[in-house]
Design a protein around this ligand. Structure first.
Ligand code: ADP
Ligand code: ZN
Ligand code: ZN
Length: 733
């Protein structure tokens, strides 16, 4: 048998176990250290993977310190994987089939057909059906068309018994054809793209020039400066050169608006790919990208970097600063921005990173390090003013008893004015649920997850206390299990609680909430965004989901309900994140006809980040952050690797973590910190410990990797430590 790279094969292991594998290399080298297995069958006749995909996946496994199999699992839609199940291999992908109807060949001459007309004269319903088929198939025209059974019978005159009669007489025959689920053809181009203004044309020109010398360019453009318009021009140029484009977005919520904008210009050249698609749909996009007629543009979230591209020329990473580009769990814990840059590099394509608030890393790469080009758009389109940011001291208001819930009098006034003028409002609260947690007011008891080391969040809509890690949920107890008192209250305020307050302040005003709980399905995102765009809802409350790039014309007030929550987060990126989030949310205000107003509620009025947000001073933020990162040994000056150890037995785990940290210290000295308990130190009954490593950016990463793998092997070679799980998070976000 001839095997081919990129094809799936079935390999037997033992008597009744079968595995599917992908052929990654064909060679005649003598195997060392492993036994050769026979290939039973090659499943594919043509490869389902292109060589660059394999190369990218290998890079990902190496760089992010995980198994190639983990990457393969994350990358392939399950319909393209075959699972081993005893004797039988289940083929996952179910092609969608359509039944079609044809006229038996012996009736296809004019003579035979006339005889048939006579024969059917006594059965008018059969004759009707035959006539309908002849019409649909364009039988007397120049080109015969296929006729689906659905279409043929989709007429009130079509009779099922007549159809069955024609089949049993052998006049009609049916056959099945595999048809796609991808939407076909109906997406028409409707507009020619906008003409760029002077600022945007200059940016386009500078990007094109940058790409002559550098592979990556950072486009730093304030919100609403027309970055998307510049992307559209770049895409046009790439298509003219016969290249494909990958357009990455951090969040599914954003795809709706961008899809509409791109579809109007590029019609059905555009394909969309994300996790809310059914697996079968994803398989079809995958196959289409391997075919002779792939989509020229793929718009998608981070997993689209895994798709096959035959002639990729340009990658756009929109909102490049978003940490949702980093996959947290499971492995591969990859950053889609890094993966995209690597993919582009491997195929000789260019990468454009776009954002209003560049990540500290990208800024550094585009300035000090000189690795990327830097192009800026400093004015909003049509010189719209940036919003006015007014900070409100909620600490003082609470102290003076002037604020009860989550909305300050200043914010309520601004909202009232806006609603009177028929304008819309966005409120940003970075946590979901009704109340963050419940607490016994008498003894301080707090309900916690039985499996994980976290408190449970109360969700009023379902009256449940829920664990956001493992999904464990209980009905809130009537009495405190610790002291028996019944005074159990919610503390803290999530999006649901805000919604409640609003209903009390503004009865009759339509309010929508957008967070993980209200957007479980693909259509729910679209509905919430659509209703707000149409002005059906007046106030939109949301978590960080609403901060990203959504473009609404009639929003005049934005409220940031609690900046402290973001600033107090224990992470070296907390300030950077807080600034980005607040800038992005603020950017939703006053986009089309007037200057917007942002009410920024905080009890930390003197915090430098609050000041920087009020001044819209990105430069000052990034410079302060870079100084701190250098001083305290963080990226972009240092590469961080978190080593996680996981085990059921906590004391044994502590011992193993100490042993491993000691081994690492022998090799890396003071670059090793910990072991520590991570913020969530127990998940699904497994305890977790974390060791933090910080390496100077210049040091050899491949050497570090080799040493890490050695230590891991030594650990697992110890009989006592066998059941230990070790995994890594490289460049944690
Ligand atoms: P950004 O991506 O930087 O936030 P957008 O591309 O969304 O900015 O532009 C903001 C708004 O201004 C959009 O509604 C867009 O259609 C409009 N706009 C920007 N540039 C132009 C242009 N050159 N011609 C017409 N409309 C434009
Ligand atoms: Zn109690
Ligand atoms: Zn849990």
């Amino acid at each position: 048998m001839e095997v081919q790279v990129g094809c799936r094969v079935i390999v037997p292991f033992g008597r009744s176990k079968f595995y599917t594998a992908i052929v990654s290399r064909i060679h005649t080298e003598k195997p060392e250290g492993y036994a050769v297995k026979q290939v039973l069958e090659q499943i594919d006749t043509t490869p389902i993977l292109l060589p660059t995909q394999l190369k990218l996946w290998q890079w990902m496994a190496d760089y992010y310190l995980c198994a190639l199999g983990d990457v393969y699992k994350a990358a392939l839609p399950s319909g393209l994987k075959l699972e081993s199940d005893g004797e039988e291999i289940i083929r996952g992908f179910k092609p969608k089939e359509e039944v079609r109807v044809r006229l038996a060949t012996e009736y296809q001459s004019e003579e035979a057909l006339h005889a048939l007309f006579d024969q059917l004269a006594k059965t008018p319903k059969r004759l009707d059906l035959l006539m309908r088929w002849l019409e649909l198939s364009n039988f007397f025209g120049s080109e015969l068309k296929e006729v689906s059974k659905r279409r043929l019978m989709n007429d009130e005159k079509s009779s099922v018994s007549a159809f069955n009669g024609l089949i049993s007489k052998g006049i009609f025959q049916t056959y099945s054809v595999e048809v796609g689920r991808l939407s076909t053809g109906n997406v028409e181009k409707t507009v020619i793209p906008h003409k760029l203004n002077a600022q945007q044309s200059l940016a386009l020109q500078q990007i094109t020039e940058t790409f002559r010398q550098k592979n990556v360019c950072l486009l730093h453009g304030v919100t609403s400066s027309g970055k998307t318009e510049v992307y559209i021009k770049l895409i046009e140029q790439a298509l003219q050169e016969g290249k494909q484009v990958l357009y990455l977005l951090p969040e599914i919520a954003l795809t709706t608006q961008v899809t509409k904008r791109l579809q109007r210009v590029f019609g059905d050249k555009l394909g969309i790919y994300h996790s809310k698609f059914s697996d079968n749909e994803r398989v079809e996009i995958w196959k289409k990208q391997l075919s002779d007629t792939p989509y020229d543009i793929i718009l998608g979230v981070r997993s689209s970097v895994f798709l096959p591209f035959q002639r990729l020329g340009l990658v756009i990473v929109d909102e490049e600063h978003e940490t949702t580009y980093k996959q947290q769990d499971p492995a591969p814990r990859y950053h889609a921005r890094s993966a995209a840059i690597m993919l582009a590099h491997m195929v000789g394509a260019k990468t454009l990173l776009g954002t209003a608030t560049p990540s500290v890393e990208s800024w550094y790469n585009a300035t000090t390090a000189g690795k990327y080009g830097l192009v800026q758009l400093t004015e909003r389109y049509q010189a719209l003013q940036l919003p006015e940011v007014r900070a409100v001291d909620i600490g003082e208001l609470r102290h003076k008893k002037l604020m009860h819930g989550t909305l300050s009098p200043q914010l309520l006034n601004a909202m009232r004015d806006a609603l009177n003028l028929g304008e819309q409002i966005i409120l940003f609260q970075n946590r979901r649920g009704f109340a963050q947690l419940m607490e016994c007011h008498t003894c301080g008891w707090i309900p916690r997850c039985v499996n994980c080391d976290v408190t449970l969040t109360y969700h009023r809509a379902v009256n449940q206390l829920v664990c956001h890690y493992c999904g464990y949920s209980i009905t809130p107890p009537r009495a405190c299990p610790a002291c028996g008192d019944t005074d159990i209250r919610g503390i803290g305020a999530g999006t649901e609680r805000v919604e409640d307050e609003l209903n009390a302040y503004f009865p009759g005003v339509k309010i929508a909430r957008m967070d993980l709980d209200t957007t479980q399905s693909r259509s729910s995102y679209e509905r919430i965004i659509h209703d707000f765009e149409e002005g059906k809802t007046k106030v939109l409350i949301g978590t960080q989901m609403i901060s990203k790039g959504l473009d609404f014309g009639n929003v005049s007030v934005v409220g940031i309900l609690n900046a402290d929550l973001m600033l107090n987060y224990p992470d070296f990126r907390a300030y950077e994140r807080a600034f980005q989030l607040m800038e992005q949310v603020a950017g939703r205000a006053g986009r089309k006809h007037k200057q917007g107003l942002v009410i920024l509620q905080t009890s930390d009025m003197k915090h430098p980040i609050i000041h920087q947000v009020r001044q819209n001073d990105y430069l000052s933020m990034v410079q302060t952050q870079l100084e701190e990162r250098l001083q305290f040994h963080y990226p972009p000056y240092y590469r961080m690797v978190y080593v996680y150890l996981k085990h059921r037995n906590a004391p044994l785990l502590d011992q193993m973590a100490e042993t491993m940290a000691t081994k690492l210290r022998v090799l890396f000295g003071g670059r090793v910190l910990g072991p520590d308990r991570p913020p969530v130190a127990k998940v699904q009954k497994m305890f977790i410990r974390k060791i933090m490593l910080k390496f100077e950016m210049g040091s050899s990463y491949s050497r570090i990797r080799t040493l890490l793998m050695q230590v891991q092997q030594e650990m697992l070679a110890n009989d006592k430590f066998k059941s230990l799980t070790i995994y890594y998070d490289v460049d944690p976000a």
